[in-house]
Design a protein around this ligand. Structure first.
Ligand code: KIV
Length: 265
């Protein structure tokens, strides 16, 4: 089956049909999320935190991103796959950014790439789009700039910052971005940006006025009981389910209930 194209994603937004995006890092989840009806799978560099156990996304390499993108591409058939360009793969020079974007699409098997920032990435967005690599922008809380921002906080709360964000969003669209993630910005600002743009916005911690929503799949499933930001809705509580299953298994192994006869044929 053919994957959703950027044109289909944009048409969906124009029909006011909300876009469902989830992060995904491996083939098993890719199959489940694809069959569950996700429109877009984001191989986010959030994998640095939820898969690799780092404090932030900065250590993730381009080779690691390609590895996870390949797994997600193998596991899914229908959803559009977006791969994150990790920190350090597009900041040093225009040429490096072009090489990284092309590698992620060519080797990772994604249909588009995502990068963070406004004015400073416009030339890269333009270059990649012209080279045939569709680019999703990312404004607001941009986790790769965590040290500059001083933490994971709501962004664009002042009038000046809101004005800058609107200018950046319009400039990204002008440069060729086909969609835009808005992370941790006030809901009314996200709605205003969405109304001003003709490309879709995908929100996380940005209210209901965006063209679609994205969540980290591990967060949605409740895999980390220590993490409960206000924007997150946990649709399941799998951390407790998993611990209970492991305890049950452990008890049965210790009491020799498992494996039973039917597991030993
Ligand atoms: O890396 C990621 O998972 C992301 C989303 C949270 C938007 O960028």
């Amino acid at each position: 089956m053919k994957r959703k194209s950027i044109k289909q994603i944009q048409a969906q937004a124009h029909r006011q049909d909300p876009i469902v995006m989830l992060t995904c890092y491996d083939a098993t989840f890719a199959r489940l999320l694809d069959e569950g009806g996700a429109d877009m799978l984001l191989v986010g560099d959030s994998l640095g935190m939820v898969i690799q156990g780092h404090e932030h996304t900065l250590p993730v390499t381009l080779d690691e991103m390609i590895y996870h993108c390949k797994s997600v591409a193998r596991g899914s058939q229908r959803a559009h796959i977006v791969g994150d360009l990790p920190f350090g793969s597009y900041q040093s020079s225009y040429e490096e950014a072009m090489r990284s974007g092309i590698r992620l699409m060519k080797e990772g098997g994604v249909q588009s790439v995502k990068l963070e920032g406004g004015q400073r990435v416009l030339k890269i967005v333009e270059g990649l789009s012209q080279a045939g690599v569709p680019v999703m922008g990312h404004l607001g809380l941009t986790p790769q700039s965590v040290h500059q921002l001083g933490g994971y906080k709501m962004q664009a709360k002042s009038q000046a910052a809101a004005k800058q964000l609107i200018e950046d969003a319009l400039a990204l669209e002008e440069a060729g971005a086909y969609a835009l993630v808005l992370e941790s910005v006030p809901a009314d600002l996200a709605q205003e940006v969405t109304q001003k743009l003709s490309i879709p916005t995908i929100g996380i911690g940005a209210g209901a006025g965006c063209s679609g929503q994205v969540l980290v799949i591990y967060d949605l499933l409740g895999l980390d009981e220590r993490f409960h930001p206000s924007f997150l809705k946990k649709y399941r509580d799998l951390s407790n389910d998993i611990k209970a299953a492991v305890q049950e298994y452990g008890n049965e192994v210790k009491t020799r209930v498992f494996p039973a006869k039917e597991h030993s044929k």
